[in-house]
Design a protein around this ligand. Sequence first.
Ligand SMILES: NC(=O)c1ccc[n+]([C@@H]2O[C@H](COP(=O)([O-])OP(=O)(O)OC[C@H]3O[C@@H](n4cnc5c(N)ncnc54)[C@H](O)[C@@H]3O)[C@@H](O)[C@H]2O)c1
Length: 460
Amino acid sequence: MHPKVSIIGLGRLGAPIAGVFASRGFEVHGYDPVPEAVAGVRERRSLHYEPGLEDLLARWGDQIHTTSHLPEAVEASDVSFLVVPTPTRPDGSFSLEHVLQTTHEIGEVLAHKDGYHLVVLTSTVMPGSTDRRVRAALEESSGKKVGEDLGLCYSAVFVTMGHVIEDILHPSMALVGECDERSGRMLEAIYRSVCENDPPIARMSAFNAELTKLAMNVLVATKISIANLLARICELMPGGDVDVVTSAMQLDPRVGEGALCGAIAYGGPFLARDNQAFGTLMRRLDVARELEGTLGKFNRAQVPWLADFVQERLVDGGCVGVLGLSYKPDTDVIEASPGIYLCRRLAEQDIPLTAHDPVAMEGARRVLPPAVGFANTAALCIERADLVIVTTPWDEYREIPPEVWAHGGTPRTVVDCWRFLPHLADREGITYVPLGKGPGTPTELPPPPNPSSDPTRGVC
Ligand SMILES: NC(=O)c1ccc[n+]([C@@H]2O[C@H](COP(=O)([O-])OP(=O)(O)OC[C@H]3O[C@@H](n4cnc5c(N)ncnc54)[C@H](O)[C@@H]3O)[C@@H](O)[C@H]2O)c1
């Protein structure tokens, strides 16, 4: 018999967690202070574009009880997962405001509830938060001690937007940060029931788990940045081919597969902010301060570089078409999206511009300046443009027939940031530019810069 679970926060992560738990036979009680979030789950609607979520809710929604009253969800459950926002503060750390407020409310319910209750913090927090401030808030408001009638864990899930359901069901590992042994044991048993692939379960202290979560995202962002850097190098070197280089690198287990495809910049709501928080941790601990901010700086410089790259290849008075506004395929999330940044940058430079995305145009319209035009179809976006740049590798762009790319008979440049449209090479009427592949045959490195022109010369 599974324990009953409450999911506190039915947002982009909480709603899929509720759906997956229900699909695995758990009785789920979902709470959110925002009525639309509650109504979404109750009516089996996904408020965010997340493939598979509506199907899951339609099939298993009967197992999910929704409420706008937190005590109802906590009282009806044995385990509460907190999936509330932890916004970034001005100093780069994560705010615990919503976590502490919710923890306090949960504690007040637990003060009068019989039996063992486990609280699992899933939101991303600064290392050291769970076992100190969160534990103190819970013990104070409940009047109970963690390790006795109360359990407390930190447990991030490792998901990418657009694949959240699959990632929860088949994680490469489950992270259990326990404040006491019993809570870790209970959470491990829950993951063994939820995950379909019997993943390794990494049990550790809450602090180490919080640090693991941040460190994983720092490493992923670093791998992406190394691949992006290699793409820039290959771009300049005739015969250079970033895919050849990264494919070989991934054969070495020290490097490993994944997150090594050279393109533009990492985006989305989590990598940049987790990196920033890691920088804050380094600053607070006064560790390796010389490294702080390096990754973010390079990442932020990528889109301005790309805007220059586009401008250099655009005919005078020409129009640019940007295909892809979400930060990755299979999601409508546009936070920190390279496509959005590129549109802004080009619009600032008064370059005529039309954009398209299969699912993110509604959100993009709200944040982009009026100078950016939108095309309802990718074909229309291409037709209007002298230069098309593909910023998000949506499958539907791959399926566009070559004649659509060449439509109109005017010469058109296609900049393919992901090199996923190789069938456009050698097409009449198209100049195909796969980013990260140097043109021509291999040559030697260019000579070092003239010392007298080095602006850093003589600077200590
Ligand atoms: N979305 C992901 O894929 C993902 C991945 C890893 C980590 N996280 C972390 O999980 C947490 C939640 O992320 P998300 O993307 O689901 O956020 P979100 O903003 O989409 O959802 C959070 C939900 O919590 C609700 N909520 C509950 N209690 C609240 C309170 N007291 N105050 C304000 N709102 C409250 C909000 O209404 C909202 O529906 C964050 O810490 C995030 O960093 C998310």
